[in-house]
Design a protein around this ligand. Sequence first.
Ligand code: PMH
Length: 388
Amino acid sequence: MDSQWAYYRDTWAEINLDHISYNIEEMRRHIGDDVKVFAVVKANAYGHGDEEVAREALNSGVSYLAVAFLDEALALRNKGISAPILVLGISRPEDVRIAAENQISLTVFQQQWLREAKELLPSDVRLAIHVKLDTGMGRLGVRNRDELKGLETLIKKDPRFNIEGVYTHFATADELDFTYFERQMERFKEMVSWFEARPEFIHTGNSAAALIHPESHHNAVRMGISMYGLTPSPEIEPVLPFRLKPAFSLHTKLVHVKKISKGERISYGATYEGAEDEWIGTLPIGYADGWIRKLQGQEVLVEGQRVPIVGRICMDQCMVRLPRELPIGTVVTLIGRQGESYISVNEVAEKLQTINYEITCMAAARIPRVYMKNGKVKRIINSLLKQV
Ligand code: PMH
């Protein structure tokens, strides 16, 4: 068997590619034919796996991929993805050549960066750039007219650089108070009017803006969290224009089952004590998988029933209290559905007092990703064994 298809520990994340394509198709219907979709596949596609998500997104009609930094873009090229890719974060000027040679578009907003890049880019290569405007996120981007005009002048005189896009990022698009969002929109319109020539792609929207602020669409949106079927925030969930279908679920199996007597203890620190005679199961997943120690007490699903994690979560394992003796090999679902019961990414995020984005990103690379398409396993990627 091809080693990337194999895994030898019964813990896996299942990625439903049909849900990814459904979420994209619904988004495309919502924004209309004139607006293109950039699929945001940074951070290994928010933990879902960059290659398979990128392929599914491209098959579902997205025009562009977006990643955080150049290494992520090159990783996609190494996996045979030839679609346009935009690096959303900053890249080093000294890496401009490798970006251009691999047809990777870069985010640019500093004149000094451009001066250095101009020294290093060979005469026969072309680099597509998207100019980033800081309209209120305060992270990256041009902030005033002089900076923008300076950049434009430096680029205009140089045929190697093409301003293909201009964009900004919203700080509060996922909130129901629109005040700050509207201020950013106004500033963006004003700044775009300073360009001598309008770039091909004008994009502002992340998922939240794409979903609930049609006036922000311009001619492209950058779709991240909603492509994975997760709401940008619980606050806007009630006003979403279509139902999102989560693509990520997480499973393991009981590897050991035993009865403990009242008073016997479980795990590091011996903090959990059986209140009576209890059945305890051991799961082969722990904090090194991203199932962190703060998830002690979180429930998981066994035979469609909720059972609690008891005692401290270890690096590679944790224990659950079972309702009765269950066979080794019983499937345990940490995120996802079993019958009528469901544990959402949002539930786990709430338990950790964080956002759903963080939960899927946290699922460690050592967990194999099993890709489902049309109800069947399409591919399994085990990043531990891929190189063997
Ligand atoms: N565009 C940029 C520049 C981003 O940073 C992100 C997400 C997106 C689009 C997609 O947003 P969405 O997932 O809400 O659709 N960036 C981040 C971030 O830096 N921290 O959390 C999400």
